[in-house]
Design a protein around this ligand. Structure first.
Ligand code: SAH
Ligand code: SF4
Ligand code: F3S
Length: 476
């Protein structure tokens, strides 16, 4: 039940964002079409928009129907074993389509392509292309070769590629939220994590192209940008002409200054790297949202050391205190891994205690999944039984749910500025939108208010995941 809930949550994110890539009219005259499914983190979804743009220039238009496509792509995730299992299941469906239509080209992109390389092609005989996250510019050439029956692979990682000059193809016609990659790769070596192996070395994108992209999406009606990176606080771009470096705090301000009506979010922050300058930027700019995703992973210092997170419990608590000191109404969320190698019941209790102490408004919670090649896989035994992992996960999910509910209860009676995102899932008569503090709000539609508008919403009730209220006024 529990796992299903988490899976569903991941799928919802997937479906929401997949719509963005696949709907709307294409700016070019197109002769062929591609279908793309994306899995994993926001950066992978953002990459799919880059892939869509590269293919679009080659005459491929997006389609939502797999059976109408000439090219079927799956942008994959390796973060946990389950993520890879889901993708293998999808590949069996694609392979069936290929058996019915021999001309169909099937390509695997992203982290699983990078991790498994040629092995993926040996395992999945009907896959034509395997392309890693830094090789998407090669995709058109590889697709052309595949059309003549040649299998293609490019999994070279790069120290420079940031796809700077590529404007992602965002095809959603009434788009409100846009995601902008500001860096790629990761130089941290968290012992459990496969990302440094699948995404390569960390590199930051040109600050001016980031600001130009933010300006472009704002000009096209988007009202919120999320700046993406595995560790945004270590963003550092050196201007080759002047030698001057731009820090993440400076970048945040540059993007915030595009327009006061453009909300700015970012993800993910690392507790060891987030600076006071970033907190000042949030405090001093109304349109930089008062919300920080600050994954703790564990509440126990010994486990954090084994995880190679490079901070301990007191350091994490000091960061949280500093955030609440500088920005008292800031909300914080987290990622948690439970059942990491050698974790005791007491250490698990420390994590429960941290969730309560930190007042996270939400956490993305996982049980540990050993990933081949990582430091943890090489050095430590994955010794917590599956049943124990699942029980501990259920416990932290319960604790977090109650914390989320308590946090939401405090919002009842208050009025918040909400950015209208679109229809609520359950009713066309209601809108959904988020407060700056990252709380989802559902409220009745009123005449004259459309997606992309800012409204004031008075909160009347809640559950652990959502606030419910009514519009008190539209903000012009
Ligand atoms: N760069 C981000 C997280 C990227 S991965 C950060 O450092 O916080 C997203 C989340 O997946 C991680 O925060 C972690 O909680 C989880 N995760 C990563 N590897 C995992 C593994 N091997 N097993 C279970 N969860 C994992
Ligand atoms: Fe993985 Fe750690 Fe890098 Fe996040 S910071 S992507 S958890 S190695
Ligand atoms: Fe998954 Fe790769 Fe993102 S492993 S979480 S898609 S960086």
């Amino acid at each position: 039940m529990l796992e299903q809930e988490i899976e569903t949550k991941e799928k919802e994110i997937l479906v929401d964002r997949q719509g963005e890539v696949l709907t709307g009219a294409s700016p070019h005259k197109l002769s062929k079409s591609f279908y793309i499914e994306s899995y994993g983190c926001a950066m992978n979804f953002s990459d799919s928009e880059i892939v869509a743009s590269i293919l679009n220039k080659e005459g491929y238009g997006p389609t939502k129907e797999m059976d109408q496509a000439d090219l079927v792509l799956i942008n994959t995730c390796s973060i946990r074993e389950k993520a890879e299992d889901t993708i293998r299941q999808r590949l069996t469906v694609f392979n069936k389509a290929k058996r019915e239509n021999k001309k169909l080209v099937i390509g695997v992109l992203g982290c699983m392509a990078e991790r498994l390389k040629t092995k993926l092609m040996e395992e999945e005989k009907l896959v034509d292309l395997v392309v890693g996250p830094d090789a998407y510019r090669e995709l058109p050439g590889l697709v052309n070769a595949a059309l003549t029956g040649q299998k293609g692979i490019n999994v070279l990682l790069s120290r420079e590629e940031t796809y700077d000059d590529i404007t992602p193809l965002r095809l959603e016609s009434n788009g409100v939220l846009a995601y902008i990659s500001i860096m790629r790769g990761c130089d941290n070596m968290c012992s459990f994590c496969v990302v440094p192996f699948t995404r390569g070395r960390e590199r930051s994108r040109n600050a001016f192209t980031i600001v130009a992209e933010a300006q472009d999406v704002f000009d096209r009606g988007y009202k919120e940008v999320t700046l993406l990176g595995q560790n945004v606080d270590s963003y550092r771009w050196e201007n080759p002409e002047t030698g001057a470096a731009v820090s993440f705090a400076e970048l945040l301000v540059m993007v915030a200054e595009v327009n006061p009506k453009l909300r700015v979010r970012f993800s993910t922050s690392h507790p060891k790297d987030i600076t006071d300058e970033v907190l000042y930027a949030i405090r001093d700019h109304h349109n930089i949202c008062n919300y920080i995703h600050l994954p703790a992973q564990s509440g126990n210092s010994r486990i954090l050391k084994l995880m190679n997170r490079t901070y301990d419990r007191p350091w994490y608590e000091a960061k949280i205190n500093r955030i609440y000191e500088l920005i008292p109404d800031c909300t914080i969320s987290s990622d948690i891994i439970t059942g990491f190698c050698t974790e005791t019941e007491e250490e698990h209790q420390d994590t429960i205690d941290l969730i309560k102490w930190s007042k996270f408004i939400l956490s993305y919670m996982f049980y540990y999944s050993e990933r081949p090649g990582t430091m943890a896989a090489r050095k430590y035994e994955d010794d917590i039984p599956y049943e124990t992992k699942k029980r501990r996960l259920a416990e932290i999910v319960d604790v977090q749910r109650e914390e989320s509910r308590q946090s939401n209860l405090k919002d009842i009676g208050r009025t918040y500025e909400v950015l209208v995102e679109g229809n609520s899932k359950k009713s066309d008569l209601q809108f959904k939108g988020k407060t700056g503090r990252f709380k989802m709000v559902i409220f009745d539609k009123i005449p004259g208010v459309l997606p992309g508008d800012y409204v004031m919403v008075k909160i009347e009730s809640c559950n652990s995941a959502t606030l419910f209220g009514h519009i008190t006024k539209k903000i012009d």
